[in-house]
Design a protein around this ligand. Structure first.
Ligand SMILES: NC(=O)c1ccc[n+]([C@@H]2O[C@H](COP(=O)([O-])OP(=O)(O)OC[C@H]3O[C@@H](n4cnc5c(N)ncnc54)[C@H](O)[C@@H]3O)[C@@H](O)[C@H]2O)c1
Length: 354
């Protein structure tokens, strides 16, 4: 699908949950670039200098602070703003935190998501719902090959289980209510770990590297041999936007689950990524620090992206190397005095032009 198709968003009312977070702030900016009228619904940003704050999004969108666990408030905002598109990203998104606080994780990721589904059920203007879960929603069978959309769901840790449960709730609403609305398309999306500028979450490799390089301290790696699919945040967001546009034009055909991820390869190790970051930054050092309390980690789970490629014409645009380079470049530009808004906008337009 070409960029012209994303022109559908111009002038459309879009509700985005989780706009103060990492992925949500990028999506809000992108939607504004596409001239959508965006309402964001989320908690206050958790980090000092969040991407959301740096972009000054509060001035560019209709910014609502709200808790998705508060069903009445969420419904009021949806009734008031009458969105045509809904992107649901709000979640307790950290695996490690889910071990410490499973109750909040389930309440937010399952209970909050059910509130969102209920709010969409009660709002006739919604024509497309893109509902973000995770690749961790798949039951990890330690397979080498990629998981397909019809593979079994499940999760060992509270975060993964909450995302699998959010998928089950989605399916129940799809079959029980949404399928009967001819002009409503609903899709769930399962993407993996992403990287990009403006991520400050603790316990994620890129933010950890960037903090260390900025402060001139060593990068401390607890799990240097672990491999991850390193995808730039713009790649799955591009998939979400394409999906929203196709749901609008042909709701019946495109409703259902979708994977977005990089091409399957053996992946770069955490150590290789830190080395690459140092190379681009210009200086820095790495220290290996084993964490005896590290939570159990499965073999790398990758998703099969054939469906998105064949049916949507979507494909990942930026390789792992490129994703790392663009990400480190983002932080480097800011350290050199550039604004987040100009840097993020520039990366979005470079991405779209390729
Ligand atoms: N970042 C990744 O690598 C990754 C990978 C797979 C899936 N995801 C999923 O993508 C989505 C966005 O992830 P992210 O990395 O931007 O997360 P993030 O932690 O940066 O942002 C989470 C957002 O959700 C909001 N939120 C949390 N609890 C809320 C509540 N109770 N009520 C209202 N808003 C609430 C926060 O305010 C924030 O805006 C999440 O659903 C996450 O599970 C992320």
């Amino acid at each position: 699908m070409s960029s012209e198709t994303l022109e559908i968003y111009a002038g459309k009312r879009v509700l985005l949950t989780g706009h103060t977070g990492f992925k949500g702030s990028w999506l809000a900016l992108w939607l504004r670039e596409l001239a959508a009228e965006v309402t964001g619904y989320a908690l206050v940003p958790e980090y000092h200098n969040s991407h959301y704050d740096l972009l000054g999004l509060a001035n560019d969108i209709d910014h609502r602070i709200g808790d998705i666990r508060d069903r009445g408030h969420l419904e009021d905002v949806i009734q008031e703003t009458q969105p045509e598109f809904v992107f649901h990203l709000a979640a307790q998104a950290l695996v490690r935190r889910s071990y410490g606080d499973p109750k909040t994780t389930f309440d937010t990721n399952v209970g909050g998501s059910v509130n969102l589904l209920e709010a969409v059920r009660g709002c006739d203007t919604v024509r497309a719902l893109v509902y973000i879960t995770s690749d961790k929603a798949y039951r990890n069978k330690e397979w080498l090959w990629g998981y397909r959309e019809n593979d079994e769901l499940g999760g060992h840790d509270p975060y993964s289980a909450s995302k699998a449960a959010a998928e089950l709730a989605f399916m129940a609403f799809q079959h029980s209510y949404f399928a009967q609305r001819a002009n409503l398309g609903v899709a769930s999306t399962r993407a993996g770990n992403v990287i990009g500028g403006g991520d400050w979450a603790s316990d994620r490799i890129i933010p950890d590297c960037m903090r260390a390089l900025r402060d001139g301290t060593p990068i401390r790696l607890r799990n240097p041999e672990a491999t991850r699919p390193w995808q730039h945040v713009l790649d799955p967001l591009h998939g979400y936007l394409q999906l929203g546009a196709t749901l609008w034009s042909d709701p019946n055909r495109y409703s259902g689950p979708w994977n977005f991820g990089p091409e399957i390869d053996k992946g770069l190790t955490v150590h290789q990524v830190a080395e690459r970051a140092i190379e681009i930054w210009g200086n820095g050092m790495i220290v290996h620090e084993r964490d005896e309390d590290a939570p159990f980690e499965h073999r790398l789970l990758q998703v099969n992206i054939d469906k998105a490629k064949l049916e949507l014409g979507w494909r990942p645009k930026w390789s792992s190397e490129r994703a790392i380079a663009e990400t480190v470049d983002w932080y480097k530009r800011l350290a050199g005095g550039a604004t987040a808004k100009e840097t993020s906008k520039m990366q979005i337009s470079a991405f779209m032009e390729e």
